[in-house]
Design a protein around this ligand. Structure first.
Ligand SMILES: C[S@@+](CC[C@H](N)C(=O)[O-])C[C@H]1O[C@@H](n2cnc3c(N)ncnc32)[C@H](O)[C@@H]1O
Length: 218
């Protein structure tokens, strides 16, 4: 099946090609030796469309990598909008800053540090509320990142999280994989938390079989 998922994404890529800036961002990440684990082009496009449809003016991302999804999200902002993206790896942050500068996105701040430190910092600084929060970092942190995200939200904030199906590994309740265990906990949290209305969508494509979670704050 994965061959046809990839073929369909490749075909869709011919209809909806990334522009030169996005292509250059991917290329810089590759040249700099970053892992190729950014959202797919169609997912990046989805993030941009959702942010624009909801009129997001303040966006937070957890997990920057080379800034590919940050470019998609940053482009959705109005001229006076703002975005902060959190990254633990200094080299990733440096590459992302270069990519965001090439994209002309001066209003996107790349904040270096572990999200376990930087998210509480943002709360302390009263940096929120954010209209859209995209969680895409280490999976073990997702339950905590969700909790902090709620503190950085207002009614109507959309929280999106990537990689919440993990090729179906979330089905195994006895799994030894700490990431899958954390994602099971995260999915159960967003399903049960009365402060949000949430759903999880399975996604297939160039990145195989995975899923995206969407939670809107009540
Ligand atoms: C899947 S990649 C992000 C991809 C990016 N959102 C995109 O689609 O272009 C995950 C990123 O999260 C970063 N990361 C991992 N653990 C983190 C943590 N505890 N705090 C902040 N960033 C972290 C990794 O270094 C990596 O760059």
């Amino acid at each position: 099946m994965s061959e046809i998922w990839t073929a369909v994404d490749t075909y869709l890529g011919t209809l909806f090609p990334d522009d030169a800036v996005l292509q250059a961002a991917v290329e810089r990440g590759r040249t700099e030796g970053l892992p190729e684990i950014a959202v797919s082009p169609m997912q990046g496009r989805l993030l941009n469309i959702l942010a624009r449809a909801m009129g997001a003016r303040a966006i937070l991302e957890v997990g920057t990598l080379a800034g590919y999804s940050a470019i998609w999200l940053g482009r959705a902002l109005p001229a006076d909008g703002r975005m902060i993206t959190l990254e633990v790896d200094a080299h990733h942050a440096e590459v992302a800053r270069a990519n965001l500068a090439s994209a002309g996105l001066q209003n996107v701040e790349v904040r270096l540090g572990a999200a376990r430190t930087t998210l509480p910092q943002l709360i302390e600084e009263s940096a929120g509320p954010f209209d859209l929060i995209f969680i895409d970092a280490d999976k073990v942190g997702y339950p905590e990142y969700f909790t902090w995200s709620l503190d950085l939200s207002h009614a109507g904030t959309l929280i999106i999280a990537d990689n919440v199906v993990r090729h179906g590994n979330i089905l195994d309740e006895n799994t030894d994989d700490v990431s899958s265990r954390a994602i099971r906990e995260f999915n159960a949290m967003i399903a049960a938390d009365a402060r949000v209305d949430a759903t999880v969508l399975q996604v297939v494509g160039v990145k195989g079989h995975d899923g995206l979670a969407f939670a809107v704050v009540r």
